[in-house]
Design a protein around this ligand. Structure first.
Ligand SMILES: [Fe+2]
Ligand SMILES: [Fe+2]
Length: 209
């Protein structure tokens, strides 16, 4: 199992420069959109961390690693996660790309020897957040949203930035609320996202933003 993970890890040997390593990894696997997105997200994560009193090094490392699981083929994600012993949710079977965050965690451990549980947790929940998000989780989640990978400036950028004026929790709540609206065009709400909505008291009927 791990052969596939090790194959990828070995294809781009770590140099000690994580930003350069992730850049080479995405280039090696032709993930040009992600390659362009990740350094932006990492810079944003560092800014948010410094602003909100979160460890900026943990934030930057987590953000650099958050999408590395995207180098796996979508068609192999479900089987790989099963063989790694991860529970695969029905929503993840329907939308295998949701598994990229779990695979990022696995690859971060094997490829870069990352052991910090706080960093790995922030990587794990960067897409959806979860019910008990730490400030580090929030920073990486919001950095990924502010510096998104869909081209141009996200439609919610100004509103999210305004919400962040009231703090990290306010920004997180605003973003989760937006993700509950039709504008988010979610393919399917992941169970972790539903747990985050519940934790923040967000109703999915919150459509008139
Ligand atoms: Fe992602
Ligand atoms: Fe991302």
């Amino acid at each position: 199992m791990i052969a596939r993970i090790q194959e990828i890890a070995a294809s781009v040997p770590p140099t000690g420069d994580l930003a350069a390593d992730t850049d080479r990894l995405f280039r090696h696997y032709g993930r040009e959109i992600t390659r362009e997105h990740v350094p932006r997200a990492a810079a944003e994560a560092k800014r948010l961390a410094l602003r909100f009193g979160v460890d900026s090094e943990q934030a930057e490392v987590a953000a650099l690693l958050h999408d590395i699981g995207g180098v796996f083929r979508r068609s192999e994600m479900v089987e790989l996660c099963e063989r790694l012993g991860f529970a695969v949710e029905p929503e993840e079977r329907q939308v295998p790309l949701l598994l990229h965050a779990k695979l990022s965690v696995m690859l971060a451990q094997v490829w870069q020897d990352i052991t910090d549980p706080a960093v790995l947790q922030a990587v794990r929940y960067h897409t959806t957040l979860h019910a008990q998000a730490t400030p580090l989780d929030q920073v990486v989640f919001l950095a990924d949203k502010l510096e998104w990978d869909q081209g141009g400036i996200p439609p919610y950028h100004a509103d999210l930035s305004a919400a962040l004026e009231d703090g990290l929790d306010a920004g997180t709540r605003w973003m989760l609320g937006w993700m509950a609206t039709p504008a988010a065009k979610l393919l399917i709400p992941h169970p972790d996202l539903r747990a985050a909505w519940a934790a923040y008291g967000i109703s999915t009927a919150e459509t008139d933003r």
